[in-house]
Design a protein around this ligand. Structure first.
Ligand code: SAM
Length: 278
């Protein structure tokens, strides 16, 4: 196997620092550095960007990002046991890796970074969706990041890129596709990780669009989508009644069949609904 750097193999790092995986922290490590370099390349040209990595663990993806030329990596890791392993990487790439110990849900990393900023992470399963929704719903658009390259459970990745009419289509697809291009760039079997999770994983690459595809107020759109999919098997005229008792006449006025179900409605129509409810 070709080497991507002169640091020791990750299996040795894990043994030396006794980094046995903790389930509570969503720890499933990638030990194949060729694979982590491939994920880093999926994030595009890294040379002119600062990278935020959530959950570097023993540093496989971190090493991939640095070897692929990232200008700077800011890594946020909750598990203090990983810090000595990450310090070795920082030493091998002087001035290019900064590690913050803490919870990514509580840390605002922006003060440490210079745009353009990309986010690349093999996310802990327990916080992955929450972080994604935060990155997709800032007050201002375009957001502080230019691209997100994120590993999720495959089922979550499919919900992000889903199209109307599919079972996976819902809130995540609409939030992501309203203001981003989103595609799955890599699918990985459980055996790619140590320990192996029960299910397949997939990397999603999202590029922030300069403007939303259709005008709408973000909060109202979120409200309409939440109400519509809260009871996804119901017809819109009844699921949207929670927002307006006269939802049926609004739908008719907008040319949307009141008997349609949420999963049949495309982004453009949801944005039209949000403007009407706004
Ligand atoms: N990036 C490494 C890799 O690809 O092998 C590890 C990925 S592992 C799926 C998720 C990592 O996120 C773990 O190292 C875990 O300790 C860390 N983590 C879990 N919850 C976190 C949180 N709230 N904030 C920051 N890191 C967290």
């Amino acid at each position: 196997m070709s080497q991507i750097d002169h640091l020791p193999p990750l299996r040795d790092v894990i043994e030396r620092f006794d980094l046995r995986a903790k389930k509570a922290l969503g720890q499933n490590f990638l030990l194949d550095l060729n694979l982590t370099a491939r994920i880093a390349r999926a994030a595009g040209d890294l040379a002119g960007s600062d990278i935020i990595e959530v959950g570097p663990g023993p540093g496989g993806l971190t090493r991939g990002l640095l070897a692929e030329g990232a200008r700077k990596v800011l890594a946020i890791e909750k598990d203090g046991r990983c810090l000595p392993a990450l310090a070795e990487i920082a030493e091998a790439y002087p001035g290019r890796l900064q590690v913050i110990e803490g919870d990514a849900l509580e840390i605002d990393p922006l003060a440490h970074l210079t745009p353009p900023i990309k986010i690349v992470a093999n996310l802990p399963y327990n916080v992955g969706t929450e972080l994604l929704v935060r990155w997709l719903t800032p007050k201002e658009w375009p957001p502080f990041w230019s691209t997100l390259t994120l590993m999720f459970q495959k089922e979550v990745a499919e919900r992000i890129v889903a199209k109307p009419g599919s079972k996976a289509y819902g809130r995540l697809a609409l939030l992501a596709q309203w203001r981003c291009d989103a595609r799955i760039v890599l699918t990985l079997p459980p055996g790619a990780f140590t320990p192996p999770p029960k299910i397949d994983s997939a990397v999603v690459h999202l590029t922030a669009l300069p403007e939303p595809r259709f005008p709408a107020d973000a909060k109202t759109l979120e409200r309409v989508v939440a109400a519509a999919f809260n009871q996804r098997r119901k017809m819109l005229r009844s699921s949207l009644r929670s927002l307006d008792p006269n939802a049926e006449s609004r739908l008719e006025r907008l040319g949307i069949r009141p008997t349609a179900r949420a999963e049949e409605i495309g982004l453009e129509q949801f944005c039209a609904l949000a403007r009407d409810f706004g």
